[in-house]
Design a protein around this ligand. Structure first.
Ligand code: ADP
Length: 684
């Protein structure tokens, strides 16, 4: 009966998918994933892509996308070509036309405009609906006790074939009103008649090319596509000649687009008492009904299911009116037609087609996911931070009803972990925390680096100055001593010479300190017993009598790979400072500690302590609080330099406020036990 089957060029033959993506429009909000009843959308390269073989063509993704990232495959050019082909073409207009056009103009204007496009016949699909309703009534009477799923909605049929193939035998073997009407027209006007269905449905495009349905339309247009045809042909409501639809005339079939309209058209009541017939619409409802049907929990003989909230809310309508307003447009038109309804003539038409074949077949196109690898699923869930059942929030933000379903979809390449909102939030929080920690570390490193740079440049300067001063200073000291030797004790200027010698020697000490500070650029690593090192340090130093000494060795292995002379200098400087801080006496504690990788020296005193303000300046060259002639401010910079050359660390804890507790300071030097690869280069 059917003469031509065409598929859209960019659609796989077996998929019949008429929904396509608009490139780069998708903002991956997952709304389409969430709203797709077939879970036929996968996220790839930050775009939501329709998976053709899983798609049931309901067009919901087109309706719900705020970015217009999905659109249906247009049939406008195909229909234009058909109209220009010279063959007679009939338009079969779905009863929801009143929802699309009634607010703008009378239905007769729409019929006139459609004729002006070149359609030879303009008919109402509602008559096909009348016939189909009649067949349902007949089927139910003849097959009492059998259960059927009504099949006017191609999206529901597509869903059953793909996701409930076990229910395929329950699909009623009756064609949809669209196919019934095109078969009627061909039986009336001959097989050469071409037919175009015009309605609110995207899935009808797929039904028209479904090889299980013979005798369907040659092309399918949605109402916005019809508007486009008008526009391209320059046809307006003012220019068109109003006219009525061509026969055969329908009756209650006009109610078909409203949920349970089929039942009403067939005179079958949705009887709450006998529960023989159940009608429901919308994605969630129809899927729940099918689940229940499959589980055997539904006694109804006929289950009428619509994917949308009735065809009046199909994606192929441009109306922005509420569902209630849409319903009233359909019923208003039906009531208007009832005024001139001729029951006898209508019954005659119905009887005329009593023997018209309105059957069709179905097949299983199973797309259920069955080969689930439990181990993989658990691993995927764990990757998303779902370690236990409590972590499975099943919030649905990803578009899947549970975390497990989401994990399965990830495994099958349909989804991504990033679709899990709680996971993404915790991931970002973690990243922010890590970044902030890194930032802190960076700031500290930067500060250390600046400090090191300052020390390095001061060291260079100091070395230069010290070198230049050293020689003349030696001459001054030597000649002062010579003069002193030649000078008798009672000579007038002997005191002056002594003053020169004293101050010149002080300068010498400063210069020696400067040279020490500047020359720290090489470390001679050798195995050193740190206990012996402490003893050697103390032996080269005259401890003031009023300072008590306490030495504790806590490490088990005293050998460390360090520069012995440099470390003696470190300890000596720290010990001298500690004693200077206890002019009235106190306790000096020297502790050594260590583990496998590090050795620690602690020099603690019960002295004056160091104020917070001074703590910041401790390692700066020439910072001293000691009296003129006593301090050079080079001891700690030298210590710092040596410690850094050993790739170690020096920290200070101090309290200078007796109201907060005992005053005193602890200098802690931490060194790697083994010489490190880059240690020894001047970096301090
Ligand atoms: P100097 O000893 O010549 O002053 P340093 O660089 O060794 O130079 O010390 C700098 C300053 O740090 C000292 O003048 C002193 O103020 C402070 N300081 C160092 N060690 C201690 C300590 N154990 N207790 C109190 N202050 C200290």
């Amino acid at each position: 009966m059917k003469t031509r089957r065409t598929l859209p060029a960019d659609s796989a033959p077996q998929s019949l998918c008429f929904v396509k993506e608009v490139k780069n429009r998708c903002r991956i909000c997952y709304t389409c994933v969430r709203e797709c009843p077939a879970k036929a959308i996968r996220i790839s390269k930050s775009q939501a892509i329709v998976v053709p073989e899983r798609c049931i063509g309901c067009g919901n993704c087109i309706s719900v996308c705020s970015q217009q990232a999905k659109e249906m495959v247009s049939s406008v050019e195909e229909v234009e070509a058909l109209l220009k082909s010279g063959a007679p073409v009939a338009a079969c207009i779905a009863p929801s036309f009143s929802v699309e056009f009634q607010a703008e103009f009378d239905f007769r204007v729409m019929v006139g405009m459609t004729r002006a496009l070149g359609f030879e016949l303009v008919t109402e699909v509602a008559f096909g609906a009348d016939l189909v309703a009649d067949r349902y009534r007949e089927t139910l009477i003849l097959n009492k006790g059998r259960h059927y799923i009504a099949t006017a909605c191609p999206a529901v049929v597509g869903f059953v074939e793909r996701y409930h193939p076990d229910l395929v035998p329950f699909l009623s073997p009756i064609v949809s009103p669209m196919v019934a009407m095109t078969r009627v027209l061909r039986s009336l006007h001959g097989p050469d008649l071409k037919t175009v269905f015009i309605g609110p449905c995207v899935a009808k495009k797929a039904e028209a090319v479904d090889s299980d349905v013979a005798g369907g339309p040659d092309a399918v247009l949605t109402f916005p596509e019809l508007r486009e045809l008008f526009k391209r042909a320059g046809i307006t409501s003012a220019s068109a000649e109003p006219s009525d639809f061509d026969p055969p005339r329908p009756w209650l079939g006009s109610l078909f687009p409203i949920s349970s309209g089929l039942l009403q058209a067939a005179g079958i009541k949705e009887d709450l008492l006998t529960n023989d017939v159940v009608a429901t619409d919308g994605h969630h409802n129809f899927m729940n009904a099918l689940d229940e049907f499959a589980e055997g929990g539904m006694e109804a003989n006929l289950v009428e299911l619509l994917s949308c909230k009735g065809c009046i809310s199909g994606p192929g309508l441009s109306s922005k009116e509420s569902l209630y307003q849409r319903r009233s447009r359909v019923s208003h038109y039906t009531r208007y037609r009832e005024l001139t309804h001729n029951q006898e003539a209508w019954q005659k038409s119905i009887d005329h087609f009593a023997n018209l074949d309105l059957t069709r077949s179905y097949r299983s196109l199973d797309q259920r996911i069955t080969d689930i690898d439990e181990v993989q699923i658990i691993e995927t869930m764990q990757r998303m931070g779902k370690q236990s059942e409590e972590d499975e929030l099943n919030c649905g933000a990803c578009g899947y009803s549970s975390c497990r379903e989401h994990a399965i979809a990830i495994e099958k390449g349909l989804a991504e972990s990033e679709m899990c909102l709680p996971y993404v939030i915790s991931y970002h929080l973690k990243t922010i925390l890590e970044l902030s920690n890194l930032n802190d570390r960076l700031a500290t490193t930067q500060e250390t680096l600046m400090h090191s740079e300052r020390l390095a440049s001061m060291g260079q300067l100091a070395a230069g100055v010290a070198h230049e001063i050293n020689n003349p200073l030696g001459v001054v000291i030597m000649y002062t001593n010579l003069l002193l030797e030649e000078c008798s004790k009672d000579m007038e200027f002997r005191g002056d010479l002594q003053m020169i010698a004293e101050q010149a020697n002080r300068c010498k000490r400063i210069v020696a300190g400067l040279l020490d500070f500047a020359r720290q650029n090489k470390v001679a690593h050798q195995p050193v017993d740190i206990r012996e090192l402490v003893a050697a340090t103390l032996s080269s130093f005259q401890r003031p009598e009023h300072v008590e000494l306490d030495i504790v060795h806590e490490e088990s292995d005293p050998i460390a790979d360090i520069d012995r002379d440099q470390l003696i200098q470190v300890l000596l400087n720290l010990v001298v400072n500690a004693c200077d801080a206890m002019p009235l006496g106190g306790k000096l504690s020297l502790r050594t500690k260590g583990d496998e990788t590090t050795v620690i020296f602690e020099v603690e005193d019960t002295g004056t302590g160091i104020s917070k303000e001074n703590l910041k300046k401790l390692f700066e060259p020439f910072f001293t609080t000691k009296a003129m002639g006593k301090g050079t401010g080079l001891g700690l910079p030298v210590v710092y330099g040596i410690v850094k050359l050993h790739r170690g660390d020096i920290t200070v804890e101090s309290n200078a406020d007796s109201t907060l507790g005992p005053t005193g300071s602890t200098f802690r030097v931490k060194l790697p036990r083994q010489a490190q690869a880059h240690a020894g280069k001047a970096d301090a």
